[in-house]
Structure formats: structure tokens, C-alpha cells
Design a protein around this ligand. Structure first.
Ligand code: FAD
Length: 151
């Protein structure tokens, strides 16, 4: 019984890690937007290249999807629905994978400067990498989701 109570406590922790990922990824997207409006290559701001615009559009879209999934899981946890643990595992897996991918794309948009500590993006990438491991790895999130799907 105690083990079950302890495990249930992890649901909220997983939402917390997911939310941290999304907040940091939003910061990385904001930095990429600012940098792409300022950095010039081939005579114009890199934000005017469609390849960069498409990256930014995908980053914003995926962040929004992850945010909505996280809010939905949080609402299920508050309401103590039967599928709340599965929803929290899905939200943790998706938010942390999305957060890392968005931050990694933000680093790419910064080019070589993204790799340097003074720009701050590389720290966000490093910080978000561990969220795919913390509070149960994303493989274990898949184990939880699959177990509930096949129960
Ligand atoms: C910076 C940091 C801070 C941490 N803070 C805390 C903390 O405050 N409190 C706390 O309790 N813990 C904390 N941890 C520990 C963290 O929760 C564990 O590292 C994490 O749960 C993974 O466990 P493990 O490292 O033992 O990996 P392992 O269990 O050894 O897993 C190794 C690899 O095998 C995979 N794997 C394992 N089992 C399966 C399976 N059944 N199916 C598929 N793949 C599997 C894993 O996904 C992983 O890729 C922290 C870890 C880090 C890195």
C-alpha cells in the first residue's frame, strides 16, 4: 500500500519536470527569435530565410502541443481520474522530448555562437537533456503508458 502511495506521488513530480522543460524551451525559442532578427548572413537577417522561419514555426507549434498535453494531464491529476498516471507519463515523455528538441533547434539557429557558454542556449540544452532521465526515464514512461494501454 505504501509503495502504491509513493508511486502515485511521482505523477505530480513528472508534471513538474515537464513544466520545467517547457519553460526553459520557451526561453530558448525566445532567444532564437531575437537572434534570428539580429544576425545577418548573405546580406539579410537569418530570420528572413524560410528554412529558419519553418524551424521557428515547428518549435512554437510543438511547444504549444506539449503545453496543452501537460495542462490536460494536470487537470486529470487534480480530478483524480483513473487514467491520470498514464496521462502524466505521456505528458512527461512528450514535454521533455519536445523541450529538448526545441532547445537543440534554438542552439542550431545560433550557429557556432549557440555552442558558446556566453549565449546561454547551450546551458538550456544541457539542463533539458537530463529531464529525459530524471523522475523516471522516458523509456520507463513508455513502460507505464503501455502497461495501462494493455491492462
Ligand atoms: C541530475 C540528476 C538528479 C537526480 N535527482 C534525483 C532525486 O532528487 N531523487 C531521486 O530519487 N533520484 C534522482 N535522480 C535519479 C534518477 O531518477 C534516475 O537516474 C533515473 O530514474 C534513472 O535510473 P537509473 O539512473 O538507475 O537508470 P537505469 O535504471 O540503470 O537505466 C539505464 C537505462 O536503461 C533503461 N531501462 C531501464 N529499465 C528499462 C526497462 N524496463 N525498459 C526499457 N528501458 C529500461 C533506462 O531507460 C536507461 O536508459 C537524479 C538523476 C540525475 C541524473
Amino acid at each position: 500500500m505504501g509503495f502504491r502511495i509513493a508511486m502515485a506521488g511521482l505523477d505530480g513530480g513528472r508534471l513538474n519536470i515537464g513544466a520545467c522543460s517547457l519553460g526553459d524551451a520557451q526561453a530558448a525559442l525566445d532567444m532564437a527569435l531575437a537572434y534570428s532578427a539580429e544576425r545577418k548572413a548573405f546580406g539579410k537577417e537569418i530570420g528572413q530565410f524560410q528554412a529558419i522561419q519553418f524551424k521557428l514555426a515547428d518549435m512554437a507549434t510543438e511547444l504549444e502541443a506539449a503545453r496543452l498535453m501537460l495542462y490536460s494531464a494536470a487537470a486529470k491529476l487534480d480530478a483524480k481520474t483513473g487514467d491520470a498516471s498514464k496521462a502524466c507519463a505521456m505528458a512527461k515523455r512528450f514535454s521533455t522530448d519536445t523541450g529538448f528538441n526545441v532547445a537543440n533547434e534554438a542552439l542550431q539557429i545560433h550557429g557556432g555562437y549557440g555552442y558558446l557558454a556566453e549565449y546561454g542556449v547551450e546551458k538550456i540544452v544541457r539542463d533539458l537533456r537530463v529531464h529525459q532521465i530524471l523522475e523516471g526515464t522516458n523509456e520507463i514512461m513508455r513502460v507505464i503508458i503501455a502497461r495501462q494501454l494493455t491492462a
